[in-house]
Design a protein around this ligand. Structure first.
Ligand code: NAP
Length: 280
């Protein structure tokens, strides 16, 4: 991909993507970034050797891909008056800002919405993506090239499912951190010293995650294989099932999904009263 990629926003998520694109072989001259403050512009420019300023309109001029990576509540102000080229792909990673809202603000239908997650910082992310199925395939290809530079990509068939993606993989790293913390604490309560409990908890999850991904069997089957009748694993799993952990996870993800939907509704309501491209 030789075309120009412009970023509006140069914070954590944009930095992950810029780092990923450079590592994947994109030249720094292909990338332009616009941020809000001159101090950030200097920092981002020096860190990546890319053109970075505070004029978003100049940054996106002639860009084939415009990546929107500002906080959702600042998006309206950040894109105000911007006009991407007619054939440009707009790729937004902002939580809760819907395709129709971005199309309204930017005067283009070529919008792809994505929900990446924080392991993108380590190029081990997974992103859910959505765009109108009627959009030319080129826009999907471009979005996959950007997000694929920091991890895997999964398309969902309906925009509402981005809320479910948020609940699962967007919030998922926090669930994992939480479970690691619980395992570590429980190990320490059994008498292991803190450092040993931490190492065992971390490496157990990492090893099990690699097995679950690469063993070619589903998790339930893998779990059965390590659960001997009458053994310690069975004792622990019976306790977890009996305490309703399966139900609790379903409810937890439903709560996250509902919160993401509500946030999207609020942002859509605000956007409905905001100027579109004709009046910007
Ligand atoms: N971080 C994650 O793991 C993650 C995961 C999924 C989705 N996201 C989404 O990614 C988006 C960015 O998150 P982040 O964590 O990268 O935020 P962040 O670190 O706070 O960075 C935000 C960036 O936006 C810039 N900005 C603010 N107003 C602007 C404007 N008017 N014009 C141009 N740039 C402007 C800021 O510039 P200054 O530094 O100059 O203020 C900063 O570079 C959010 O919408 C979030 O929902 C993030």
């Amino acid at each position: 991909m030789q075309e120009l990629i412009a970023f509006v926003g140069g914070g954590n998520m944009a930095a992950s993507l810029i780092g990923g694109l450079l590592a994947a072989g994109h030249r720094s001259q292909q990338l332009r970034v616009a941020v809000k403050t001159t101090a950030s512009a200097r920092r981002v420019g020096e860190r990546f050797g890319v053109a970075c300023g505070t004029d978003a309109a100049a940054a996106i001029a002639g860009a084939g891909i415009v990546v929107l990576a500002v906080k959702p509540q600042l998006m309206a102000a950040a894109v105000h008056g911007l006009r991407p080229a007619p054939d440009a792909t707009v790729l937004s990673v902002a939580a809760g800002v819907r395709c129709a809202t971005l199309a309204h603000w930017l005067g283009t239908a070529n919008v792809v919405r994505a929900m990446p997650n924080t392991p993108a910082l380590f190029r081990a992310g997974i992103s859910g993506l959505y765009c109108d199925p009627a959009l030319p395939a080129l826009h999907r290809t471009r979005a996959e090239a950007v997000l694929g530079s920091v991890g895997g990509t999964c398309w969902v068939p309906a925009e509402a499912q981005i809320d479910a993606v948020t609940a699962l993989s967007g919030c998922g790293p926090a669930y994992y951190f939480y479970l690691t913390e619980l395992l570590r604490e429980a190990g320490a309560a059994l008498g292991l010293d803190a450092a040993t409990a931490a190492r065992l908890a971390h490496d157990t999850f990492i090893g099990a995650a690699a097995m679950a991904r690469d063993a070619g069997e589903d998790e339930a089957r893998l779990r059965e294989q390590v659960t001997s009748r009458g053994g310690s694993t069975e004792a622990a799993l019976e306790h977890l099932e009996g305490a309703g952990v399966r139900r609790i996870f379903r409810e937890a993800l439903a709560a996250a999904d509902a919160r993401a939907r509500l946030r999207g509704d609020e942002l859509a309501l605000q956007a409905a009263g905001s100027p579109g491209p004709a009046t910007a």
